[in-house]
Ligand binder design. Sequence first.
Ligand SMILES: C[S@@+](CC[C@H](N)C(=O)[O-])C[C@H]1O[C@@H](n2cnc3c(N)ncnc32)[C@H](O)[C@@H]1O
Length: 281
Amino acid sequence: MDYEAYRVDSRRRWEGAASGWDERREAVRSAAAPVAQWIVDAADPQPGETIVEVACGLGDTGLLAARRVGPAGRVILTDGAPAMVEAAGRAIAATGADHVEARAMEAEWLDLETASADAILSRWGYMLLADPEAALREARRVLRPGGRIALAVWAPQSENPWIGVLQEQLLARGLATIPEPGTPGMFALADQTALTELLWAAGFSDVRLERVPFAWEAPDVDAWWEHMRVTSISLGETLQGLAPAEHYALRDAVDAAYAQYARPNGSLQLPACALGAFALA
Ligand SMILES: C[S@@+](CC[C@H](N)C(=O)[O-])C[C@H]1O[C@@H](n2cnc3c(N)ncnc32)[C@H](O)[C@@H]1O
């Protein structure tokens, strides 16, 4: 894999997806709240502590932690995509918290002093990185000795039909490929043994993992499709390459596959499962 080409392409894609994430801010914040809550509970931020969120997106998790550290503490939200950082900045402004800041920063090269943070948080970031072990070593460098890391990745695709249903249809049509083992992707760190060993390899100890189930909600399948289209870093481009008939055929197949998760009123409740990990530096 060409790591640098991947990093450039990934940053471009996330930069492009930031407006969709901003638009869907409330839907993501509310549905994924159990995962943010798991991370914050695991890290257990204390008043006055310094907390860093890595690959923060709009900063849901860090903003939750900001309430725990209080004004005597400090929370630094970081993300590699400047447009995400701007959106996180707007989220900070909406809370009025002046002990929280948002800064553009690569997860693999954190622009922060050694041993300067008490805890590092990240929801759905590390599995997307070109070199997650290097990024975890970097997190450990920034943590003070004994500092905590609490992160979430995705559990296996089989436990995530909210995206698995769509992925299967895209794969069946040759519109997606399964990432090679050892390369970045949504499910790259879904294996519990591999994730534990990765944290050990990066120098962490006391690793504890836990599945965190939750559900995405949508008023109907059209709304869910739109949610996926605007928040995905690849679906929009894939759809643009389709002829109208191919697009309609894909939509019909995807709608039919999601029907099993519809309530009688047509609203969707889509099972999802994250894998939470806690460790000590
Ligand atoms: C799936 S989103 C998760 C956003 C947020 N943490 C949440 O849970 O709502 C992944 C985030 O990782 C960021 N990201 C991807 N690669 C990164 C990198 N190499 N360094 C820092 N951030 C990165 C993206 O810009 C995006 O905001």
